[in-house]
Design a protein around this ligand. Structure first.
Ligand code: VTB
Ligand code: MG
Ligand code: MG
Length: 339
């Protein structure tokens, strides 16, 4: 990798590390995506909502002071509108960054007006993020700081639940595991129930589920199960900021996918930890609620205004900010005032 480049004026440009000023700029991007998507809540048209969020995100991200490359554009698995992998984003004047976006995690939640649809964005130093393109799904185990050092995705489900209970000083019967409601999880669900723990099913949105596992007072202690690989990288960025832990294993669903994983140079058995999924300690994560959820309030409308709630985190400082926005309709034009 080049450590310096010659700029057009002949001066040498040293790549800078992303600094804290980036954080506030990023909130504007997820706010714009959420406001654009907000107009599509409950309208039964997830692709139009996603398209609106993608366009708002693309427009606003072009103003952020960075030389970003989208490494996680999401959308492929669901054949949804997307920012493309390899797409250059930012104003090309700033630090070199990897960018992961999911303009809407939970497009079905959006289209049905159900809880926890989020606009999310994560940024890290260039080449810090794991390339998720080999396979659509990965097996995930997410926990918060108390249990970050004790879980092991290769251990039995009951054992991990016991370790989480011990680390959090609660009974196994008090542990709540968040699981995507899918038939591929039947075995996992029986094992959790046999262990004696409780389950909170979600229909979509395992980024929000994993963050809940790492946040105090969310009522969720861990997330387990198979979900999207792009969402896994985004989740790793969030959990790095929260001192939580995400352990994963790629989950090829058939021989063709297994071959794809191998030819991309990965071992399907290998456990990928938070730090394998996003390297270094200069990670930014930002989410804005689209529909109301336990994690974030969604976009609300009132006379001439709409409100947003966002979570902004930065691993280097460990700061977690909750940001309320009150946006004047009309002034923001298309992002808040679609109709
Ligand atoms: C999760 C979740 C997403 O896909 O990754 C999930 O975070 C898993 O895939 O919101 P399937 O839906 O294909 O089972 C979503 O639900 C949609 O991208
Ligand atoms: Mg999405
Ligand atoms: Mg998604």
């Amino acid at each position: 990798m080049n450590t310096s480049e010659t700029a057009t004026n002949g001066a040498t440009r040293r790549p800078e590390a992303p600094d804290r000023n980036l954080a506030m700029d990023l909130v504007r991007v997820t706010e714009a995506a959420a406001m654009a998507a907000g107009r599509w809540v409950g309208r039964g048209d997830k692709n139009s909502g996603d398209g609106a969020a993608v366009e708002a995100m693309r427009k606003l991200i072009s103003t952020v002071a960075m030389r970003g490359v989208v490494v996680i554009g999401e959308g492929e698995k669901d054949e949804a509108p997307m920012l493309f992998n390899g797409e250059e984003v930012g104003n090309h004047n700033g630090p070199d960054c990897d960018v992961a976006v999911d303009p809407i995690d939970g497009t079905t939640l959006l289209s049905k007006g159900m809880p926890n649809a989020l606009a999310v964005l994560a940024v890290a130093e260039r080449n810090a993020m794991f390339d998720p393109s080999a396979v659509f799904y990965m097996e995930k185990l997410a926990v918060g700081p108390e249990a970050a050092d004790v879980v092991d995705i290769s251990a039995p489900v009951a054992e991990n639940i016991r370790r989480v209970a011990k680390a959090k000083q609660i009974e196994v019967s008090d542990v709540t595991v968040c699981i995507l409601d899918r038939s591929r999880h039947d075995q996992l669900v029986s094992e959790v129930r046999e262990a004696g723990a409780r389950i909170q099913f979600i229909s979509d949105g395992d980024v929000a589920g994993a963050i809940a596992a790492a946040r105090p007072d969310s009522g969720v202690d861990m997330l387990m199960g198979i979900g999207g690989t792009p969402e896994g990288i985004i989740t790793a960025c969030a959990l790095k900021c929260l001192d939580g832990e995400l352990q994963t294993r790629l989950w090829p669903k058939d021989d063709t996918e297994r071959e794809q994983v191998r030819s991309a140079g990965h071992d399907p058995q290998q456990v990928l930890t938070t730090s394998d999924l996003v390297r270094g300690d200069n990670v930014f994560f930002c989410a804005t609620g689209i529909t109301d959820g336990a994690l974030l309030r969604g976009v609300h409308y009132r006379a001439n205004r709409c409100t947003t709630q966002s979570l902004m985190m930065r691993s280097k400082s460990g700061t977690v900010r909750s940001i309320e926005g009150s946006h004047k309709l009309g002034k923001l034009g298309e992002y808040s005032d679609l109709d």
